[in-house]
Design a protein around this ligand. Structure first.
Ligand SMILES: NC(=O)c1ccc[n+]([C@@H]2O[C@H](COP(=O)([O-])OP(=O)(O)OC[C@H]3O[C@@H](n4cnc5c(N)ncnc54)[C@H](O)[C@@H]3O)[C@@H](O)[C@H]2O)c1
Length: 342
């Protein structure tokens, strides 16, 4: 039986992928959509299945006692107010990235959820991808030994051909190369390296191509990370490139290395002059219909059933990634000055 009724805020590209993914879980179903654009409940129901009510005001949707969870897929500048209002209404929260575009707003969201006893799921769905589930398993099995270097980079040209371009070019909405999209790679780097980040240094720039001229902020950045373990890492966030989507991963440890879907482990005594290959589904597309939302939302609803925080992408866990991102953006604004995380 479906037991978690979900109301979706914002009805854009991400929302359509979320609705299908939520409805495909064992426990969740979308029963309402709230958008500033006039929508018809009948049309929504016909398109997505089930019975979906349309709301124009968030307060009205939040007042519906039949809704258990609010899924926020709106513009980033609205995430803080909508998430805080959802928490105050006692609704659990699914929240698209970026959580918000300032450290204060992210803190407000985490605090509101804790105050009102609701749980959250931040859409860092790459943590639930086949690629990173397998990569993490390889590390946890000790096949790479102790990691002392890692790089995970995001290369995805977000130009006029991509729907978000009409709003994520604005500083208020996009924020930075990391906030608007590169956050997925930095988050994956934190997942695989584990442990706390002590300090970061970041530099940012912009393509000379007129295609990307509308961006109000630097659209390429590279961040160097210093981990408490002594390991170092690097994450590039490049949204102004002209190339295929590429989520690059290179990890180096005391027993071997991993390069995307290839690895060598001295523990297996294979030939270190040749890579072995991992059969896994790679993150190779910026299309939301290819994203592993269903696995993530299933884990969220399972955690609600168990009365615990979800694994990997709870509000508090995701907020740690945003702490690093805001520190990196502060560093880039200061020309690469080292910024310590407290
Ligand atoms: N996790 C991911 O990989 C991923 C992928 C895509 C988007 N997102 C995030 O999801 C959120 C929404 O992004 P999106 O790609 O769905 O953006 P979108 O432009 O399709 O929709 C964004 C907002 O605009 C509204 N909207 C859409 N068309 C509109 C119109 N014609 N008039 C008025 N409003 C309109 C939508 O209802 C929604 O609230 C953002 O926070 C984005 O960062 C995340």
């Amino acid at each position: 039986m479906k037991k978690y009724n979900v109301g979706v805020v914002g009805y854009g590209w991400a929302a359509t992928a979320h609705i299908a993914a939520i409805n495909a879980t064992s426990q969740g179903r979308v029963v309402a959509v709230c958008s500033s654009r006039p929508l018809s409940g009948e049309a929504l129901s016909a398109e997505h299945g089930g019975k979906i009510r349309a709301y124009a005001q968030l307060e009205e949707m939040l007042a519906d006692p039949g809704i258990d969870c609010i899924d926020i897929t709106s513009f980033p500048s609205r995430h803080r107010d909508e998430a805080v209002a959802a928490a105050a209404a006692g609704k659990h929260i699914i929240l698209e990235k970026p959580m918000a575009n300032s450290p204060e707003e992210v803190r407000d969201i985490v605090a509101a959820a804790e105050k009102h006893g609701v749980r959250g799921c931040v859409c860092f769905e790459c943590r639930f991808s086949s690629q990173f589930l397998v990569t993490k398993r390889l590390i946890d099995e000790g096949l790479l030994g102790h990691l002392h270097y890692g790089e995970v980079d995001y290369y995805h040209g977000i130009g006029p051909w991509y729907g978000q371009f009409r709003w994520n070019t604005e500083l208020k909405e996009g924020g930075s190369a990391l906030l608007t999209a590169g956050c997925h790679a930095l988050d994956a780097l934190l997942l695989v390296m584990g442990g706390e980040v002590v300090s970061v240094s970041s530099l940012a720039t912009k393509s000379a191509s007129p295609i990307f001229a509308p961006y109000e902020y630097p659209t390429s950045s590279v961040t160097i990370l210093n981990f408490a373990s002594g390991a170092v890492g690097k994450s590039a966030a490049i949204v102004d490139c002209l190339q295929p989507y590429y989520f690059h991963t290179h990890l180096v440890g005391s027993e071997g290395s991993l390069l995307d879907n290839k690895f060598h482990s001295a523990k297996l005594a294979t030939d270190r002059h040749h890579w072995s290959t991992l059969a896994m589904k790679m993150l190779d597309s910026g299309d939301v219909s290819d994203h592993p939302y269903q696995a993530q939302f299933q884990a969220f609803f399972d955690s609600l059933d168990a009365g615990v925080e979800m694994p990997l992408t709870s509000l508090r866990e995701a907020s740690k990634t945003f702490d690093v991102i805001f520190a990196a953006d502060t560093s880039a604004a200061a020309g690469g000055q080292v910024v310590r995380l407290t």
